[in-house]
Design a protein around this ligand. Structure first.
Ligand SMILES: Nc1nc2c(ncn2[C@@H]2O[C@H](COP(=O)(O)OP(=O)(O)OP(=O)(O)O)[C@@H](O)[C@H]2O)c(=O)[nH]1
Ligand SMILES: [Mg+2]
Length: 301
């Protein structure tokens, strides 16, 4: 299955309910206030967010009020408008430094470690030299998981003792990456921290320490989000933006979610680049973010 097919079938739960709702709202009716209300509701129900829903409703009202609009027409219209919302955030991840330091952040279980492997698989294919740092030092399983991927992809993993200082590890890894001529250093971090204050302290310490070694590092801070959590993902973007700032987003688990519309909500609300989408558990299951592809898959194209 191609990545496009994985995304399309993965989003079928989202697109089917969206399409069903569109069918019931738009069958043989002229566009009136009641239809517009129902249209706005179905967008909210598809997790696209209140402000996106309101904006699309207003646009449709302006363009088509009192006209008859068929189901295929509205689907096409919706796909076009969603594409326009997504286009500004469809920005690929650029490797601009050597070593280019990437910090992976996100709450527990969203797919940080797996995504590091997926991104690195692409870099390895491009013959770039990659080093990893196992910054989740509290869980030995987290270190092992990275080591298993490292063996598979032939990538070295920097580790420290269990419960060791993650910031110190990141510093040492950056020194090593510089000395050994690495192209990319990917730092994995812990998602499971007791509270926001602790998380903030850990992440800001890591930034401070990295900058001692290289003032521009980390060059890219990537927040990983799990699409199946729907509106929770919106809150996570807000929280991490406050704590550390975010350069890019990767949304995972789009292979089988009914809440894929949340990507549109996040694009509209934050305008942060979405660099790629996770569409499976394998190292190849990372799709560069395309506004057109995503909108089409969402609306059931
Ligand atoms: N279906 C699917 N599963 C995924 C995807 N990305 C990650 N997973 C799975 O989600 C689970 C958690 O992934 P991890 O990469 O361990 O997540 P994490 O953020 O590193 O988790 P912690 O280190 O515990 O915070 C694993 O079983 C992955 O295989 C995806 O795009 N699709
Ligand atoms: Mg992990």
């Amino acid at each position: 299955m191609s990545l496009w097919q994985k995304l399309k079938s993965g989003l079928s739960k989202t697109s089917q309910s969206l399409t069903q709702n569109i069918t019931s709202v738009f069958s043989h009716r002229k566009l009136d206030a009641q239809t517009l209300d129902a249209f706005e509701d179905l967008l909210i129900e598809a997790d696209m967010g209140v402000s996106t829903a309101a904006a699309l409703r207003e646009l449709l009202q302006k363009q088509r009020m009192h006209q008859e609009i068929s189901e295929p027409e509205i689907k096409e219209w919706l796909a076009t408008e969603i594409t326009k919302i997504l286009e500004p955030v469809a920005v690929p991840l650029a490797i601009t430094h050597k070593p280019h330091v990437i910090l992976m952040i996100g709450v527990n279980g969203v797919g940080k470690t797996t995504t590091i492997a997926k991104l690195s698989q692409e870099w390895v294919n491009e013959k770039r030299k990659v080093l990893w740092a196992a910054g989740d030092t509290f869980r030995s399983a987290a270190v092992e998981q990275l080591q298993v991927w490292g063996k598979r992809l032939n990538i070295e993993v920097c580790t420290t003792k269990p419960g060791g200082d993650a910031a110190g590890l990141a510093f040492d890894a950056l020194k090593k990456a510089t000395e050994t001529g690495m192209d990319v250093l990917c730092i994995d971090t812990a998602g499971r921290l007791q509270n926001k204050k602790h998380l903030m302290e850990e992440l800001t310490k890591m930034l401070r320490v990295l900058k001692k070694a290289e003032p521009l590092a980390p060059h890219t801070i990537l927040l990983v989000l799990d699409a199946t959590t729907g509106q929770n993902a919106v809150d996570q973007v807000k929280a991490f933006q406050e704590i550390i700032g975010i350069d890019g987003l990767i949304v995972t688990k789009l292979d089988g979610t009914a809440k894929g519309g949340v990507v549109v909500a996040i694009a509209k609300q934050f305008g942060i680049p979405i660099v790629a989408l996770g569409v499976g558990e394998g190292a190849e299951d990372l799709k560069p973010f395309s506004a057109h592809d995503f909108a089409k898959a969402l609306v059931g194209g």
